[in-house]
Design a protein around this ligand. Sequence first.
Ligand code: KIV
Length: 305
Amino acid sequence: MSTHPQPQHPGEPGRAPVTVPRLAEMKEMGEPMVMVTAYDFPSARVAEEAGVDIVLVGDTAAMVVLGYDATTPVGMDEMVTMASAVRRGLRTPLLIGDMPFGSYERSNEHAIENAQRFVREAGVDAVKLERGGPSVERARAIVSSGIPVMGHVGLTPQSASALGGFKAQGKTVESAKQIAHDAHELQAAGCFAIVFEAVPAAVTEALMPHIHVPVIGIGAGLSTDGQVLVFHDLLGMTSGHAPTFVKRYADIHDEMVAGVRSYADEVRTRHFPDADHVYSADEAAVAELKAYLDQGSLATSPWDW
Ligand code: KIV
């Protein structure tokens, strides 16, 4: 018999929608928060049925959906289109739209305008933006406009080139202090939660008592209030190298290849479509059609002018 506590199944019907105050309550009660990314209607349905608490339409879409090797190429229009599709598939989890590169850095007004697009056009509940420093003022402005904001510190992929690549952060005292200050300022600016990405577990553990809003980790150890993984990574929909923090809970890529390969084999050997996948027609009607065609009736068709 398992010695682990048996999890509830929060995907059951009747579950109350997850709100920002509910997340604060979960932190208070020590209930772990489950967050995943989603980028379309089917992935949103999966997140809903699996009973996750928070869904992020992440700018990782640029990499896992659009095929770029960075998150920076995706823009507001694409993000809003994806977030709208996710919204249509969700009822319960809190839905967060990830502010893409270039959508909030220029000014507070520009940041508010784009956060409002996410709310008005896609129906998200909150937005997320990356980094401390100048992003703190943007976060404060968006919060003041009435839209909840999630912060994101540590490895912030939009500034990966400035950080020297997709690398763990907080490994030196200076870098760990920077994460501490960024998180503290984002919290003071009114962020309702903060993502810690690729931060050594011991550093996160040292910082946790100083952060009073929910901290969601990705590669930040067990001491955070919750965990987030990219949908395609956790399900093994992507092949090739994955970051250290990715744990694969399924191998969907191989299953998809096997499925399409079986289909291709059956098409090539004329085993598909079989009798179960075709429509029937009245035999007499087919006989009459054939007789009509055999008379050369097509020669008089209006297309033969
Ligand atoms: O864009 C994204 O998917 C993210 C998560 C990895 C937190 O920011």
